[in-house]
Unconditional design. Sequence first.
Length: 328
Amino acid sequence: MSKIMGYMGFLCFFFLFGCTCISIPSFVQPVRPLEEQVIQGKGPGKILLVDISGTISEKRKSKGIGLTEEMSMVERIKEELNKAESDQAIAGLILRINSPGGTVTASDIIYHEICEFKKRTGVKVIASFLDIAASGGYYVACAADRIIAHPTTITGSIGIIAFKFNIQGLLSKIGVKEESIKAGDKKDLMTPFRAATAEEREIMQTIINNLHQRFIDVVEQGRPSLTREEIERIADGRVFSAEQALDMKLIDQIGYLDDTIHDMKQELGLKEATVIAYLRPGDYKGTIYSANTTTSHSSFDLLAIDRKGLVLSQDVRFMYLWMHALAP
């Protein structure tokens, strides 16, 4: 009985003083610098394994109970490239890609940073595809000198998508009607509370087409063996098996990650090399196939409710993303 009374007393205290802010600074862990971890091999020359797993995004995500935030993939990869640039022993870089793609901007930033890293350092870069390297995942890989795909890789999906939900019919059934006051006829372009007009669709299609052409430009620059006409024929969003991608010259070779490391050593003229990764203190990568535990996000919020449960997320995202790869 005393335990029940004690529990009831705690609940009363919680409801009476639940709005009080309690600071627990000891729970908040700052992001610590990356540290080098040897994964396999030995020798003075280093091959850096950079992990690009899950949805490519510049957005930070909460970690644990939400008191800390993980760095975004864009932030992490930029930090890894900066650290690699300061290490003269880094002879090669392998992009270990297992991603359906992500946002247009995040994919483009990572692609740009890898290209600039190559210009500044002269370090050879090879992309190694695992399960999926589609859309933005393939976009990023175009910064590499060579692309090697796992025998069962799914790749391609050269295209772009922007999406929204039209919830007007749903809201009308529960007696909810949206009202907006705007200055500018197109201010609520792509609102989820009504269907888009023909003019609005045309505006969005023009943007989509421009970003699609940029994707084709990137593939053309990264795959000089392909003509623009050849790229445009297959840049309709479809995906390919590794064998198909090889036939279409979207990749250079089919092989495992071990093969990629072996080829990298041969191209660098190294009999032995140390394969390394950069991790946060406390993280661990046991093998070359281990994804970074703090950055492997396989989910993407397409429909979100804010913490009060009242407002539907209305942001429109332009995505280099193979949507089917997000299915559980």
